[in-house]
Design a protein around this ligand. Structure first.
Ligand SMILES: Nc1ncnc2c1ncn2[C@@H]1O[C@H](COP(=O)(O)OP(=O)(O)O)[C@@H](O)[C@H]1O
Ligand SMILES: [Mg+2]
Length: 320
């Protein structure tokens, strides 16, 4: 097989363009006119709670399902009229791993190579095993793999055909923090190699860490789109929460932290702060200095619930 051409991806290329995408199941409207654009060589994250319509969006954009309305181009090809060309350009790693449990890691990869009908390079199986740190377990059945290893194998299988655009549907849901970080660095490497990644997630932190652009999906509509920094400007930041037992204590504390917001009903004070030990210590020292004791002290980093509350006025439960 001849060498592949060098991967030069002009940054102003559009990898995915979606306009007015709609999907209904019976009388349930799951996607109610979605517009988005993903630049080639970037990570785009579709952020939303369970049931928001993330997997449905992925299923539509990867031709696994037919839309009821709207248009979309993936890798420059129309989803409906050029579905085959779309399929040739993409790789999909589903929310539920496509790994065959009875086969070994190596056999799973070999199966993908066989299915790719000559599109995959000769040494691709050993290259991918190496790259994903799966060499040692290559000859063990996938049923013995940990969740993290299984996700890695699944992603490796996706890469067999060298796709230019990859769809990752909740690639880290259910993984322990360490496996999640491994997955993040793999995704970053892919993008550094010129691949475009369309990633769905329920984790604000994940979208924040990885994405060039984030779109927030709520009840079938995109309620916000922007860079992580743009979105974070629209929601409450990291803060320390102090809980008191009396209004007098809350009053006293509020006086020494003028930038804080108080919740008189809960007897809480929220003080904007980063989570560094220095900032936290100086905050505690200040309380000490005024002989104020809080009953509870907690550090709060915004999560998906905060995003939803800030952007939609309701929490993620109501989004279902
Ligand atoms: N094949 C289907 N038939 C009927 N309803 C479906 C089907 N697939 C998904 N849904 C519904 O569509 C909504 C969105 O689902 P999904 O796209 O899987 O959300 P997410 O991936 O964000 O959790 C949910 O309410 C789900 O119950
Ligand atoms: Mg899903």
């Amino acid at each position: 097989m001849s060498a592949r051409p060098p991967k030069v991806v002009p940054m102003n290329d559009t990898a995915i363009a979606v306009s007015g995408l709609r999907k209904t199941f019976g009388d349930k409207v799951v996607l109610d006119g979605i517009d988005l654009e993903v630049q080639a060589g970037t990570i785009f994250s579709l952020l939303g709670p369970n049931g928001a319509g993330k997997t449905t969006t992925v299923n539509l954009l990867t031709t696994l399902m037919k839309a009821d309305g709207g248009t979309a181009k993936v890798a420059g090809h129309d989803l409906v009229t050029e579905a085959k060309a779309v399929r040739a350009a993409i790789g999909v790693t589903g929310q539920f791993a496509a790994v065959d449990e009875l086969l070994t890691g190596q056999e799973n990869l070999q199966l993908m190579v066989d299915l790719s009908r000559g599109k995959a390079g000769k040494n691709v199986v050993s290259e991918l095993l190496e790259r994903f740190d799966l060499v040692e377990s290559a000859r063990k059945p996938a049923s013995t793999y940990s969740g993290g290893m299984r996700r890695k194998l699944d992603l490796a299988m996706t890469l067999v055909g060298d796709p230019r655009i990859i769809f990752l549907d909740e690639p880290t849901t259910g993984l322990d923090p360490r496996s999640r970080r491994t997955m993040w660095s793999i995704i970053r490497e892919l993008v550094a190699g010129g691949v475009t990644v369309f990633l769905t997630t329920q984790y604000l932190e994940e979208a924040d860490q990885l994405a060039d652009r984030i779109a927030v999906l709520d009840q079938g509509r995109l309620v916000a789109q922007g860079t992580p920094a743009e979105l974070k400007r629209r929601m409450p930041g990291t803060h320390v929460r102090l809980h008191f037992t009396t209004v007098a204590e809350l009053d006293a504390a509020a006086r020494i932290f003028p930038g804080a917001t108080r919740d008189d009903e809960e007897l809480d004070l929220r003080i904007p702060s980063d989570t560094g030990t220095k900032s936290l210590r100086s905050l505690l020292d200040r309380l000490d200095e005024y002989s104020i004791a809080a009953e509870e002290f907690s550090v709060h980093t915004p999560d998906l619930d905060d995003v939803f509350l800030a952007l939609t006025g309701h929490d993620t439960e109501a989004a279902r």
